[in-house]
Design a protein around this ligand. Structure first.
Ligand code: MYR
Length: 280
């Protein structure tokens, strides 16, 4: 059985990694006014944050069309027997549903859509694991079972400098009153049942980061090997310094540095920071 692995651009997997592990990427887009840019192809994270600072209007984001999925799956059917298509949470984007619909339309290959229930490098870890197993010739069902196992130990927390973008984009699941109460603080956010909800109200970014360190510690100190990703929105130096601090604290955790690219950055805003981890 030859299985292809597809993920979307919001995993922000570097091109050399995608090439090495033969991970196929389908892009989401950012729209500034009338101009649409496929992220990771036509727009880099650095250019995006610069553009966002210069524009008065907030950009918007769009999922890949069903047609793009159909085209990709049909192309893959010439070389593979099955495809596992791993996407950002269906609670924040219609991308996963696009893969489901296209999978039903394309008859030439069996499509296994997988809802990561999260996004960014955490989703990237799933895609990497799937790709390594696919290269060993493992069956799609075994790969999906392994992804579910990883998902069961996954935790991710993140914070934003300003909740405006998340609120305007409608991706913060909460009542207006609660959001009102959150605007004065730096809430720690996380995913529950595929959507973003506040985890705890915290006053400063430093305190929020320390709280995340504590939460990771609760898992890391219970034993086992973990992989983790520090994800930043145009704050590479700060993220690198945090990575070094975390590496010294938790030797049983393998840390990767990643970033919130254009699509996720549209909703989180510059300066956002997050940490995700799972048992290896
Ligand atoms: C679309 O237009 O379909 C894309 C919508 C993307 C919404 C992104 C919301 C923020 C996600 C934060 C992920 C943090 C993972 C650690």
């Amino acid at each position: 059985m030859k299985t292809a692995v597809v993920t979307d651009s919001t995993a922000y997997l570097p091109e050399e990694i995608r090439e090495k592990y033969k991970i196929h990427m389908i892009p989401l887009s950012v729209v500034f006014g009338t101009e649409s840019y496929r992220e990771e192809i036509e727009l880099t994270a650095t250019d995006f944050y610069q553009m966002m600072r210069e524009q008065k209007e907030l950009p918007t984001t769009t999922q890949p069309s069903t047609g793009m999925f159909v085209e990709l799956f049909e192309k893959l059917s010439k070389e593979y027997d099955a495809v596992i298509s791993i996407h950002l949470s269906s609670g924040i984007s219609g991308t996963f549903q696009g893969a489901v619909t296209a999978g039903q339309l394309v008859q030439s290959i069996k499509v296994y859509p997988y809802d990561s229930e999260i996004s960014c490098m955490v989703q990237g870890f799933y895609a990497l694991e799937a790709a390594k197993m696919a290269q060993r010739g493992e069956e799609p069902e075994a790969i999906i079972a392994r992804l579910d196992e990883l998902k069961a130990t996954t935790k991710a927390y993140f914070m934003v400098d300003d909740l405006t973008n998340l609120q305007r984009g409608g991706r913060l699941s909460s009542t207006q009153a609660f959001i009102g109460g959150l605007l004065q603080v730096k809430p720690l956010l996380h995913f529950v049942d595929k959507v973003i909800v506040p985890f705890e109200k915290i006053r400063t970014k430093k305190k929020a980061m320390n709280r995340i360190v504590e939460l990771l510690g609760e898992d890391a100190k219970s034993g086992g090997q973990y992989q983790a990703c520090i994800i930043h929105a145009n704050r590479e130096e700060e993220a690198q310094a945090w990575k070094e601090e975390l590496e010294a604290l938790y030797p049983n955790v393998e840390f990767t540095l990643s970033y919130f690219g254009p699509v996720i950055g549209t909703h989180l805003g510059e300066g956002a920071m997050g940490l995700g981890w799972m048992k290896k």
